[in-house]
Design a protein around this ligand. Structure first.
Ligand SMILES: O=C(O)CCC(=O)N[C@@H](C(=O)O)c1ccccc1
Length: 373
């Protein structure tokens, strides 16, 4: 396909409740949408970078800049662009995986809409419904936390993930485990908030039968994750550290991780996500699909990815209403009922299978869109 234009939309989406992690407290999701017009179809994708460089080094205005200055010119100059060639065409830029992932996904959406193939069909989905977990932020107090968790359990979510940090870990985990009972899937996410000195303390989470403890140490510190994995029973899961299939292999072989959170934006796109999935299946490492508070645009693609066979754990693929009162797509994600309670249906239409509400993109725009040709 020939790219005719790439338009960047910076949008502000109010959250239904504050979302606090060990590194930030958000009340609004500021995000970047990429809209490509090609010779054959249009495509949309969502960049997962946060407003500030707090989860990773990427952030919204940085992603906009690297797309405008380097990535888009390279793609607009090319005579034939496909999702498979976005990576090679932009490999001259070091890093900026979230920006590259958004461009690749937008091109993939256009390519698949032109050919009538769904994301799930293209990526290798093997199921029509995916099990959904829900991520619970750090709360101001236990009562607030337990009220929020009770609501999610009532909605049917199949797994609870609690954000933890030093000073907010053992007690909230104990209280939630008491609330939900011994069998419901429960895991914790530290977002790099701990250090090697905390290994013995983190071992005190073992009695709570957690599915995993996610990314307790900083991204680059594979060695301390290895030490933790040797010291505790709870499986260690990596998120921020896993930026490519190469790093995933290194982490698995060194025993730093026994579960991997695959986030397409973090690893550079859905094609790399499938490569990491395939590696993990070969090493019998379970994977699940992480989330970055995506709107239905990114959520649709994530749900399709979560339908691959190695995604055997519920992901952070919650319903749209977990974060947004109104979603940016005409088909907001709603949890199933009955046998599909706590599940989301994998979109079956061409591309991501959802339709972007361009009226809301316009109404909630923070700045005028930028179109590159
Ligand atoms: O459900 C979601 O989309 C959010 C899941 C979640 O907790 N994401 C965390 C994470 O560390 O994985 C996150 C949120 C915001 C920004 C970065 C990361």
């Amino acid at each position: 396909m020939k790219l005719e234009s790439i338009t960047l939309h910076r949008v502000a989406m109010p959250l239904v409740r504050p979302f606090e992690t060990s590194f930030a407290r958000q009340t609004t999701r500021v995000l970047l949408l990429v809209h490509v017009r090609t010779s054959e179809a249009e495509g949309w994708a969502e960049c997962v970078a946060m407003e500030g460089p707090l989860y990773s080094s990427e952030y919204v205005e940085g992603a906009e800049h690297v797309i405008r200055s380097y990535l888009a010119p390279a793609l607009l100059k090319a005579t034939d662009v496909t999702a498979e060639t976005v990576g090679p065409l932009t490999a001259f830029v070091v890093g900026h995986r979230m920006a590259k992932a958004a461009l690749e996904a937008a091109v993939l959406d256009a390519q698949l809409r032109a050919s009538g193939v769904s994301f799930g069909g293209y990526l290798g989905a093997v199921t029509d419904w995916v099990d959904c977990g829900v991520s619970v932020g750090i709360s101001p107090d236990l009562d607030t936390l337990l009220d929020e968790v009770s609501g999610y359990v009532d909605e049917g979510y199949r797994r609870i993930k609690l954000k933890i940090k030093p000073g907010w870990d053992l007690i909230p985990v104990y209280a939630v485990r008491e609330l939900i009972g011994p069998d419901m899937l429960l895991q914790v996410d530290a977002n790099t908030a701990y250090s090697a000195a905390d290994i013995a303390h983190l071992g005190r989470l073992d009695p709570f039968n957690l599915v995993l403890i996610e990314q307790p140490f900083v991204e680059e510190d594979i060695a301390t994750h290895v030490a933790l994995a040797r010291a505790i029973e709870t499986p260690v899961c990596l998120d921020e550290s896993i930026v490519s299939v190469g790093v995933a292999l290194d982490a698995i072989e060194r025993g730093a991780t026994s579960v991997i959170n695959i986030k397409p934006g973090r690893v550079g796109g859905y094609l790399e996500s499938v490569r990491i999935h395939d590696l993990c299946v070969a090493h019998e490492v379970p994977v699940w699909c992480g989330g970055m508070l995506e709107t239905g645009v990114g959520r649709a693609a994530n749900v399709a990815l979560a339908a691959l066979p190695g995604f055997i754990l519920p992901g952070d693929t919650s319903a749209s209403s977990r974060y947004f009162a109104e979603d940016l797509v005409e088909e907001p994600f709603v949890l199933g009922t009955g046998e599909h309670a706590g599940q989301l249906a994998v979109p079956t239409g061409p591309g991501t299978g959802v339709t972007v509400r361009e009226d809301l993109v316009r109404d909630w725009a923070l700045v005028a869109p930028v179109t590159l040709r």
